[in-house]
Design a binder for this molecule. Structure first.
Ligand code: PLP
Length: 389
């Protein structure tokens, strides 16, 4: 966001030096109210019961933790897959949209706004809006509309309006800019942000709603193996599925946490989305975090074969976890991800989202013949990618 900003110096919403809320005055009060409402409602018994009940009966949680025998033999480590691809709508995104739509309902919102890259968050928001009888507008880059057309048709069927975004490269960054721009002009709407990015309270709130993934996985691996895993792996775009599965393991020092960001055509090329490897600290889209930048320090566009990872920013909690060393972040190229996409399909009969395939590729890189016990978060399913890959 390049509009006039108001600096919020509250420590709440910060992860070390990262985070905060840097928004125009018209949104400051609105987001402050959202932060207060999140604290007031989301931890009450009534809210939690409704949230968990919907996750169970509508989304289909808990998602299974599946022992991937043939993949394990291939890699030479014992691999379990956390099957977020089996959720209703086909990805982890629905966990967050159900949580936020319940909050939007409490706030009396009539119109929901969302951005989407891969279309999974758009579909999840359109679904939640249909479920609660709310109007929904989804901003989506023109390039992403083309490469994720299956999800565009799904959103339309669900009764949402798609707003094509042609500025920039027509990818996720541009969709977020357009959604924020519309929100500034229509502050009565509820902006249902899809990842652990943006101004406070979104990074905290989205991580909270996604932390169900790690809570379940921890319980499930203990039941299956009688112990914690050596490693947990996830792909990372803005950072919501990764923080969702990592959160409950952060205090378990012996569990290694690995995240796969999109290196695109390579870390040393200008066609990359490896923000944690290459990004500079700056205020971008309402938060102080890392972002890919040119020599003058201006945000630049990213590239990845995976629309959901094709984003130059990153959630502030991940920037902090990188600095502390608790999570290790690695770049996975388009080629490596596509090859892992095929491998998981052939070895296990599971076609992953090309985003999730980045995490599988990272397991191939780090765990080859290491005899480790690991969980890979399969953040979504790959139907949307079949035609292009
Ligand atoms: C299946 C899937 N996985 C991962 C991501 C990346 O998002 P995040 O880093 O917020 O989990 C997306 C984003 O669209 C997605 O659709």
């Amino acid at each position: 966001m390049t509009t006039q900003i108001q600096v919020n110096k509250e420590k709440e919403g910060y992860f070390g030096k990262y985070g905060g809320r840097f928004v125009p005055p018209v949104l400051e009060g609105k987001l402050k109210n959202l932060a207060e409402s999140f604290k007031k409602y989301a931890f009450t018994k009534e809210f939690e019961e409704e949230f968990i009940s919907l996750l169970k009966t509508y989304v289909g949680r808990p998602s299974p933790l599946y022992y991937a025998r043939r993949l394990s033999e291939d890699i030479g480590s014992k691999i379990y897959l956390k099957r977020e691809d089996l959720n209703h709508t086909g990805a982890h995104k629905i966990n967050n949209t159900i949580g936020q739509i319940l909050l939007a309902k409490k706030l009396g919102a009539k119109q929901i706004l969302a951005e989407t890259g891969a279309g999974q968050h758009g579909v999840a928001t359109a679904t939640a809006a249909a479920l609660f009888g709310m109007k929904c507008k989804v901003f989506m880059g023109a390039e992403d509309i083309e490469r994720q057309s299956l999800n565009v048709d799904r959103m339309k069927l669900l009764g949402s309006e798609i707003i094509p975004v042609t500025q920039g490269l027509g990818t996720l960054k541009d969709a977020v800019d357009a959604a924020l721009g519309y929100y500034i002009e229509h502050p009565d709407a509820y902006y249902l942000l899809g990842s652990a990015v943006g101004p406070h309270p979104y990074p905290t709130m989205v991580a909270h709603f996604q932390s169900i993934i790690g809570k379940e996985a921890k319980k499930q691996i203990k039941e299956a193996e009688g112990k914690l895993p050596d490693a947990v792996l996830a792909c990372i775009g803005g950072g919501s599925n990764a923080i969702g599965i990592f959160k409950d393991f952060i205090s378990d020092e012996n569990v290694k946490l690995f995240a796969a960001e999109a290196a695109g055509e390579g870390i040393n090329t200008d066609k990359t989305a490896a923000t944690l490897t290459l990004g500079k600290e700056m205020i971008f889209q309402g938060t102080n975090s890392l972002c890919l930048a040119d020599k003058e320090g201006n945000p630049i566009n990213s590239h990845s074969v995976a629309a959901g990872l094709d984003y130059p920013g990153i959630g502030p909690e991940h920037a902090y976890l990188r600095d502390t060393g608790r999570v290790k972040y690695y770049g996975i190229t388009d080629k490596e991800a596509i090859s892992a996409f095929r491998l998981l399909s052939e070895k296990e009969g599971i076609i992953p989202a090309v985003e999730s395939a980045h995490a599988v590729a990272l397991a191939l890189k780090l765990l080859k013949n290491k005899n480790q016990l690991a969980i890979i978060n399969v953040s979504g399913r790959g139907d949307k990618d079949v035609e292009r890959i």
